[in-house]
Design a protein around this ligand. Structure first.
Ligand code: C5P
Length: 220
């Protein structure tokens, strides 16, 4: 069974997809991490996402692999585990720029489809229901207001000990990233016609997870 969860940045997709996968006994596939790994490669190689030809040439021979260690997804870039480098704002912003390029999307497409073909998965991203897994048994479009998403991100950073964080700036970054993801030509972020819309602004993580697990069980 395949479950696709798409939505804008910071809607809680990864937390909820991971919990739902755990309850259902499925594997959780975080496709954003794959784009972030390509972004880390480009940044470390000093390649700009605006130089499409150079990006295309340089990523032709890189390898991005997914492994599961103690149930947690690990991303390997050219044989090196880069999982620890992926969750920064810089990697997220670079991923959003790089992911607009067809050559980058093409590079990760079969990796995503192969994982879904050989496992029961909960896969999250931006184009899973519309493009990667159009026949997924359950599609969810998970969103929340940008103010709520910024506040959640702010709380997460504070909990990690960060200081002097500007919540307005976080919200502006989120809005900018959504705009980029929704307006790009290739595989833009949008709700699939048959996706269930969940607005998590006033819901807890448990409520959203229970809703998705309930819908999945109905369709098994
Ligand atoms: O979900 P996450 O914040 O990790 O994704 C980082 C960026 O990767 C997104 O802003 C988006 O541009 C891109 N992405 C994508 N398609 C996906 C997953 C992520 O374009 N399936």
């Amino acid at each position: 069974m395949n479950i696709a969860i798409d939505g804008p940045a910071g809607a809680g997709k990864s937390t909820i997809a991971k919990k739902a996968a755990g309850e259902l006994g499925f594997i959780y596939v975080d496709t954003g991490a794959m784009y972030r790994a390509v972004a880390v490669y480009l940044t470390e190689s000093d390649i700009s996402a605006s130089d499409e030809d150079l990006v295309e040439k340089s990523i032709a021979d890189i390898s991005v692999e997914i492994k599961y260690e103690d149930g947690a997804q690990q991303v390997y870039l050219n044989g090196e585990n880069v999982t620890g480098k992926l969750r920064t704002e810089a990697a997220g912003n670079m991923a959003s720029k790089a992911s607009a390029l067809p050559c980058v999307r093409e590079k990760l497409l079969s990796l995503q489809r192969d994982l879904a073909a050989s496992n029961d998965v909960v896969m999250d991203g931006r184009d899973i229901g519309t493009n990667i897994l159009p026949s997924a048994e359950l599609k969810v479009y998970l969103t929340a207001s940008s103010a709520v998403r910024a506040k959640r991100r702010y709380d997460e950073l504070v909990a990690k000990g960060a200081e002097n964080i500007d919540i307005e700036k976080i919200e502006q970054d989120i809005i900018q990233r959504d705009k980029q993801d929704m307006e790009r030509k290739t595989a833009p972020l949008k709700r699939a016609d048959d996706a269930v819309l969940i607005d998590s602004s006033d819901m807890t993580i448990e409520q959203v997870t229970d809703t998705i697990v309930g819908l999945a069980r109905e369709r098994m």
